[in-house]
Design a protein around this ligand. Structure first.
Ligand code: SF4
Ligand SMILES: [Zn+2]
Length: 357
């Protein structure tokens, strides 16, 4: 990382910009901000400079870490492998419970640390990672840098992942897939009213549409819902998400119901384990095959079982895979295909579910 690199290196011409009269529209995320000359977008990472939209955060890396892929969480995608993960600054949502608010609510001037895509991919290889992940804050805001990283990483045999609120435009998601995005974990934060109210005008239908788009383009998709007391923990809310997952994405899409901790503007006590177990039951009753209780290390609902014979397929302890009996993408006991992307003797084996075949 080049500290003191100065801010100019972080400023690049923004993709997906469109002149509208004397203004410029940003089509990177579904806020589709219209920026007046000299103005900034909702996320503050993009500015209209003399009629040209620029990003202020190309390669501006706030956080860098080697993580198990399970930490994203992605449970059905190269389990047991490691990813080099980068985060940047700011967000296009303003959720009052944000668990990473120190970087997501930071505004300009952004830190001048610069990390080139080449250095990032080199470090991923040097640290023995099998993939990359853009995470910690909303990765969509790092679109241009992500595209450059993904192209390089794929050429080196690494996989690429996003942990996202899913509010990129379809244009942006298509660019990411074409550059080499392989998997994403998407937050579904609640129903239409909850997301609109708490995330400041966000239309959750756009998030669902991106999940469907990803699945239709063979992207590996897993979904997370941070279960927050008083926000989205009612039976109606959880059942609504679970049924929608079955209907829109298929029974085989993994759903992570994770526990919240007080953070940023939210002081409600942490999610009770019983609430997460109840969410697990609601998902099961709705027909989902793979539901995981998250942020409760060692919980028995953190393991993967065969949807046909119920044999234990993957046993986890925290973010560590203790053992797996998935062989060539199938249950070793009964032969049932298991949705996901699995490594088998160095070869990759994928199965995205009946609905898409
Ligand atoms: S990325 Fe989204 S929030 Fe940021 S300027 Fe573009 S449209 Fe607005
Ligand atoms: Zn089985």
């Amino acid at each position: 990382m080049h500290r003191d690199a100065g801010k100019d290196v972080l400023v690049r011409r923004s993709l997906l910009q469109e002149p509208v009269g004397g203004k410029v529209r940003c089509n990177v995320c579904e806020r589709r901000c219209l920026l007046v000359a000299g103005g900034a977008g909702w996320c503050r990472t993009r500015e209209n400079r003399k009629g040209c939209l620029v990003t202020l955060t190309y390669g501006a890396i706030s956080s860098l870490d080697v993580n198990p892929i399970e930490k994203k969480p992605l449970y059905h995608f190269h389990p047991g492998t490691k990813v080099l993960t980068a985060g940047s600054w700011s967000c296009n949502f303003d959720c009052p419970w944000c668990q990473n608010w120190d970087i997501s609510r930071a505004g300009p001037p952004f830190n001048g640390n610069y990390f080139s895509p080449e250095d990032f991919v080199r470090l991923a290889k040097q640290t023995g990672c099998q993939g990359t992940s853009i995470s910690f804050n909303e990765p969509t805001l790092l679109l241009e840098w992500s595209l450059d990283v993904f192209r390089l990483a794929r050429a080196c045999g690494l996989y690429n992942t996003f942990v996202t609120n899913g509010y990129m435009t379809p244009e942006a998601l298509n660019l990411l897939i074409e550059a080499g995005l392989d998997a994403m974990n998407v937050d579904i934060k609640g129903n239409t009213a909850v997301v609109k109210q708490f995330c400041k005008g966000v239309d959750v239908e756009k998030v669902w549409a991106n999940c469907r788009l990803g699945r239709s383009r063979a992207l590996h998709v897993e979904v997370t819902t941070l279960v927050i007391p008083g926000v989205n923990d009612s039976d109606e809310s959880l059942l609504g998400i679970a049924e929608r997952l079955v209907r829109d994405l298929g029974r085989e899409v993994p759903w992570h119901v994770t526990g919240y901790f007080p953070s940023y503007k939210f002081t409600a006590p942490p999610t009770p384990v019983g609430t997460l177990e109840h969410a697990w039951q609601i998902g099961t009753d709705a027909g989902l095959q793979f539901i995981y209780v998250g942020n409760i290390p060692g919980h028995h609902c953190d393991n993967t079982h065969c949807p046909a014979c119920h044999a234990m397929l993957i046993e986890r302890r925290g973010f560590r895979v203790k053992q797996t009996t998935v062989h060539q993408g199938c249950c070793a006991q009964c032969g049932q295909q298991v949705a996901g992307v699995w490594d088998e003797d160095g070869k990759q084996c994928s199965f995205t579910g009946d609905r898409l075949q």
